[in-house]
Design a protein around this ligand. Structure first.
Ligand SMILES: N[C@@H](CCC(=O)N[C@@H](CS)C(=O)NCC(=O)O)C(=O)O
Length: 252
């Protein structure tokens, strides 16, 4: 295993990037953030040929081990890899049945909970994407069905998504669902989902929650007015400042 810190390509505004950042900070594991603008073809963009050569899908997050050149994309693959590499079995259990439940959620997430961003957040922050209203409406309906499933299934049965202990399924899910809360973007009413609300509150108490979510605390409520570009830029700047301080503290 290399002693050089892993590179994490992305920005704190990205939900799947936050899930990876959170696991690393939760585990006090240093990394270096390489800023990549999602969707841009510019020098630091995820659609730039140099980036595409490493990750043909052109998405963030991606990690790279500078010592070996090993590259990996897809947030959930990265979360699982980091746990396997470091032996973090508390958050990615070795027991096949328990691990199966974590993987169950991680696979379910993509065409269900992930729609939170497509339907509620991206339309306000990424005007350039011109997401059609019908797509937004369908995404909101998908999210609501997913939250119902979480509320009456997973989170009715246990404190966290895959049992009574925190796992990487919770980091992945909160990166999407948590961003919608009052205190952050405030674009969804969780009142019908008491178990989800309880879980959101529990997740807020998990180590490194606040450092990872500076970007959303700074962005604030976007339920009425979409944020100004300046607000978005400042939120990113503050988030990166906090991350730098957290990483510097880990290095000492
Ligand atoms: N399934 C991927 C999704 C990653 C993703 O959609 N990332 C967005 C930013 S949140 C992105 O890179 N978009 C840029 C693009 O698709 O061009 C994962 O979980 O890593």
């Amino acid at each position: 295993m290399s002693s050089q810190p892993l590179l994490l390509y992305g920005v704190p505004f990205s939900q799947p990037v936050r899930a990876v950042m959170w696991l690393m900070l939760f585990k006090d594991t240093p990394f270096e953030m390489v800023l990549i603008n999602p969707g841009s073809k510019g020098d630091n963009g995820s659609r730039n040929p140099a980036y595409l050569a490493k990750n043909p899908a052109g998405t963030i997050p991606m990690i790279e081990d500078p010592a070996s050149g090993y590259v990996l994309a897809e947030a959930h693959a990265i979360l699982a890899y980091l746990c396997n590499r470091h032996g973090w079995h508390d958050v990615y259990p070795e027991n096949p049945e328990h691990r199966g439940r974590v993987d169950w959620y991680l696979n379910y997430h993509h065409r269900n909970v992930r729609d939170a961003s497509v339907g509620l957040v991206a339309p306000k922050i990424r005007k350039d994407l011109n997401i059609p209203q019908a797509t937004q409406d369908a995404a909101r309906a998908t999210l609501t069905n997913a939250l119902k499933a979480l509320d009456t299934g997973w989170l009715e049965r246990s404190r966290f998504l895959a049992g009574d202990a925190l796992t990487i399924a919770d980091f992945a899910a909160y990166a999407e669902i948590g961003q919608l809360r009052p205190g952050f973007t405030n674009v969804y009413d969780f009142e019908p989902f008491p178990n989800v609300q309880r879980w959101l509150n529990d997740m807020q108490g998990v180590k490194a929650h606040d450092e990872v979510h500076v970007v959303l605390a700074e962005l604030g409520d976007i339920s009425v007015e979409p944020p100004e570009m300046e607000t978005i830029k400042n939120a990113n700047k503050r988030a990166l400042g906090t991350l730098k301080a957290s990483l510097a503290a880990l290095a000492t």
